[in-house]
Ligand binder design. Structure first.
Ligand code: SF4
Length: 99
């Protein structure tokens, strides 16, 4: 979901200002890695910092709003993102069914 929302905004970006044009692509590149199972815990901080810069420096509402959903997802579900990182905590094993 985070990937689709950033991808939509990257496509819709008119490219006039750099934070929106390059920032949304940078976020998309990181989220592509997460989709391939190659995300890292440090990527989550990069997403948050890059999103802050895009929000503060973009000229119009598209750029100012584009990173908000992915930021909110990381704020609310950071542990779930970390469990899917190659250097994150292992997912707890599910108990085996009783014999
Ligand atoms: S923030 Fe607005 S003006 Fe700037 S590149 Fe994005 S869509 Fe264009």
């Amino acid at each position: 979901m985070a990937h689709h929302m950033i991808e939509f905004n990257r496509i819709e970006s008119c490219g006039k200002c750099t934070p929106c044009r390059l920032g949304t692509q940078a976020l998309l590149d990181i989220l592509d890695r997460f989709q391939r199972g190659q995300g890292r815990v440090a990527d989550l901080d990069v997403i948050m910092e890059t999103s802050d810069q895009i929000i503060k420096l973009s000229l119009c509402g598209l750029g100012q709003a584009a990173p908000v959903p992915v930021q909110s997802m990381i704020l609310k579900f950071r542990s779930e993102f970390e469990e899917r990182c190659i250097d994150g905590p292992q997912r707890p094993e599910l108990p085996l069914a009783a014999d």
